[in-house]
Design a protein around this ligand. Structure first.
Ligand code: ATP
Ligand code: MG
Length: 335
């Protein structure tokens, strides 16, 4: 008997590609959505400049990395001199300024790994996270955006995976599952590992972009217009790739040994990173290396219980695509 991980994709898998592409199109943000986001950024920028005239406002996360859906929030990073004030003090002051300017639900979240002010825009209802001087997020936003321009299958795959993760309840870091950012890195690494490759490893190529963040060099090849045909030899359809993505995470990935690494375009060993045992709250059960903050494991939030939930969800998703008559519907059924 064939073992589960040797199963081949069903022969009629391609019949689901049009349905999946239609779903992808429906998830892309509308022009109206984008202009509402821009209005929020403009009014935020006005508020901030009153108190901090030299602050620079950067968009990061999915409103700037091209992986944003019409449900995504707006992530903003303020770059500024903080002088003798701590980040926490600046955030508390910022929260006061925003309340005065009538933003809704303003809340300073100081204890998070990356402290932020969260608020919502009374006009559009958008939720917005603001951090201070977190330039790693600005750098990884550009990296993701550049990868997205190489082969359109990355955006298609990542939108479908993010949509699936939200509906299945496995996109909640505070509950021990994975961030959207982690899912996008999983998609990039997966496409770097296809045969023939669909994506290159930009950090292993000539460095045409270099940004120094807190003493760490974030460098890679960013002239992606030169790579438009990179994935052309690989003819896999989005239905095949989506199935193979879930199948990889359900049956192929070696959770005990491997770390996925967009930085190297490969998997590397936990041994090599010293991620073999739990340190504090970092359990390293499912390991996803951040491309620039390489000591940071994006899977650190995953615990014994949630890794089981995640793996069951990957298996379920692979099975739906493999067996169902209408996987475009059943795959995304809310849990
Ligand atoms: P969504 O559409 O779900 O909002 P997103 O890409 O904006 O997706 P968020 O979880 O809101 O995802 O994260 C915003 C950005 O913050 C990411 O794109 C990334 O740049 C950065 N980020 C998020 N989580 C982490 C993390 N654990 N480590 C480092 N950077 C992170
Ligand atoms: Mg976001």
């Amino acid at each position: 008997r064939m073992r589960r991980w040797q199963v081949e994709c069903r022969p009629d898998i391609d019949t689901f590609t049009p349905g999946l592409l239609a779903l992808y199109e429906s998830l892309k943000p509308s022009e109206e959505h984008k202009s509402n986001q821009q209005q929020l950024v403009d009014s935020l920028s006005k508020s901030v400049s009153k108190e901090w005239p030299n602050a620079q406002l950067h968009l990061y996360g999915s409103c700037a990395n091209s992986f944003g859906t019409s449900h995504s929030d707006v992530d903003v990073c303020l770059e500024m001199e903080t002088g003798s004030e701590s980040i926490a003090e600046v955030l508390l002051k910022l929260a006061d300024v925003l309340r005065t300017d009538n933003f809704d639900n303003v809340e300073a979240i100081i204890s998070a790994r990356v402290p932020i002010v969260r608020m919502s825009d009374p006009g559009s209802g958008f939720s917005c996270d603001i951090c201070i001087n977190n330039l790693f997020a600005v750098a990884n936003t550009k990296l993701l955006k550049d990868y997205a321009q190489i082969d359109q299958r990355l955006l298609q795959l990542a939108f479908l995976v993010k949509h699936w993760a939200k509906l299945r309840g496995v996109n909640e870091t505070y509950r021990g599952t994975l961030s959207s950012y982690a899912y996008v890195l999983m998609c990039i690494n997966f496409l770097q590992l296809r045969e023939p490759k669909i994506l290159p490893c930009l950090q292993a190529m000539e460095q045409t972009y270099i940004m120094n963040v807190d003493g760490t060099e974030c460098a890679y090849f960013d002239e992606v217009h030169q790579l438009q045909d990179f994935g052309a030899e690989n003819k896999e359809s989005i239905a095949e790739l989506l199935w193979a993505f879930f199948h990889y995470w359900a049956f192929h990935h070696d959770y005990r040994r491997d770390v996925i690494s967009v930085r190297t375009g490969n998997t590397i060993s936990k041994q090599e990173k010293n991620w073999t045992t739990r340190v504090g709250n970092d359990r390293h059960l499912m390991c996803i290396e951040d491309p620039f903050e390489t000591a940071h494991d994006l899977g650190r939030v995953v615990d014994r219980q949630t890794i089981r939930i995640l793996r069951e969800e990957f298996e379920r998703a692979a099975a739906k695509l493999q067996n169902d008559d209408d996987p475009c519907v059943t795959l995304f059924e809310p849990y």
